[in-house]
Design a protein around this ligand. Structure first.
Ligand SMILES: *Cc1c(COP(=O)(O)O)cnc(C)c1O
Length: 383
């Protein structure tokens, strides 16, 4: 350990994978040693064990470990045969992977606006965007990718009512939010399929890339297993369909099994930290609104500043005090160079405004109340 820095000047990082590792170090080493002993690095026993644990954790029928959250989205859309001429609806205010995947498959992303307080996809705007695509008649509405942003669930009851009425495949991009609950149910079984990411800084992060798909459907689960292994059939050398190399590797499954032993404690700490922030920041900035009847895993704790100048002042002051911050997301996807030409030009005013005012503050289970008091004091002095 480094010599303890004084609490008033110690740097506070946005994420802190090192301090989290300390909480499950012995179990991590035991798990990694087991893999080094058996050397089944691809689809070893840890992958199946993890799939069982995660399915049980979120009460989903099937869990299929895959190579990343992005590949989970790819496999889910491939399994539905989504491609050219298909419209895939998704929020404009999300990580690029959500929009990249339909485009990779030749489909067209249709960007939907978000709720100004919760930042989650706005079901009313989704309904309007579907009606507009139907009226125009050039694309077939096929799927919704709903995103559970920053650790909170999207409004899956409202979204499900729309996807069922419209006959759309519903895919939950739960990359940031594994472990969150909606009306007392963990995310994982609220859409036709649920995609999770184990990118290291996600709440359940591995030590490399990884992801998982969850579904209640036996047919989809079998397809996902085939697609993650090059479209294989009952034997590895029977090729039934075009697939990808999209497997979760054994080392990452071992890391995740170790990390799962402290996951509930980490989620409790994140909730406590979020409440501490809410208390210290009340009246100073807009603190994040909770989705009703839900719990959050606080992948990201983002506040709204009055405007871009105040946000720049806040970021400069935080940086000068050794405190990490970041903007998720500085530009909504429909305005990104890569996606602009795929967008029909409809303004998405909430996504556009939120991207100029939002700021993520440090969020990890190792934060102490003093750290949050210090962050609040720096913000108070800057604003
Ligand atoms: C992280 C993330 C992804 C992609 O996950 P990877 O594991 O990095 O491929 C997809 N969607 C959202 C919303 C994400 O935050």
């Amino acid at each position: 350990m480094d010599a303890p820095a004084h609490a008033a000047t110690r740097p506070i990082s946005l994420f802190d994978l090192k301090s989290e590792q300390a909480s499950f170090g012995p179990e991590l080493r035991r798990r990694l040693d087991a893999v080094l002993a058996h050397c089944q690095f691809i689809l070893g026993p840890e992958v199946a064990e993890l799939e069982e644990r995660l399915a049980a954790y979120c009460e989903a029928r099937h869990c299929i470990g895959v190579s990343s959250g992005t590949d989970a989205l790819v496999i889910a859309l491939m399994a539905e045969g989504i491609g050219q001429g298909d419209a895939v609806f998704l929020p404009a205010f999300t990580y690029t992977a959500t929009a990249e995947v339909p485009l990779l498959l030749g489909a067209t992303p249709i960007f939907v606006d978000i709720d100004p307080r919760t930042f989650q996809i706005d079901p009313a705007d989704l309904a309007r965007r579907i009606a507009a695509v139907r009226a125009k008649g050039t694309l077939r509405p096929r799927a919704l990718i709903g995103v559970d942003l920053f650790g909170q669930p999207a409004d899956w009851e409202a979204l499900g009512a729309i996807t069922r009425a419209e006959g759309l495949f519903s895919l939950d991009d739960c990359a940031q939010s594994f472990g969150a609950t909606y009306r007392n149910r963990r995310l994982g079984a609220l859409a036709d399929a649920t995609a999770v990411s184990f990118f290291p800084t996600k709440p359940l992060g591995a030590y490399g890339d990884g992801g998982a798909l969850f579904t209640e459907s036996d047919e989809r689960a079998a397809l996902y297993r085939s697609l993650r292994s090059h479209g294989e059939g009952t034997s590895r050398y029977e090729v039934l369909r075009i697939g990808i190399n999209g497997r979760l590797d054994t080392m990452q499954a071992a890391v995740l099994l170790a990390r799962l032993t402290v996951f509930d404690a980490a989620l409790a700490a994140r909730e406590r930290i979020a409440r501490t922030y809410d208390r210290h920041l009340a009246g100073l900035v807009e603190t994040p609104a909770r989705m009703p009847e839900s719990t959050s895993v606080w992948a990201i704790y983002s506040v709204l500043l009055p405007g871009p100048e105040a946000r720049a002042r806040a970021q400069t002051a935080l940086k000068a005090n050794g405190i990490g911050s970041n903007i998720y997301y500085p530009c909504p996807l429909h305005l990104q160079p890569a996606y602009q030409s795929h967008h029909d030009g409809t303004p998405l005013p909430v996504s556009e405004a939120v991207s100029t005012r939002i700021l993520a503050l440090p969020m990890h289970p190792g934060l102490a109340e003093e750290d949050i008091e210090r962050i609040a004091a720096v913000l108070r002095a800057a604003l």
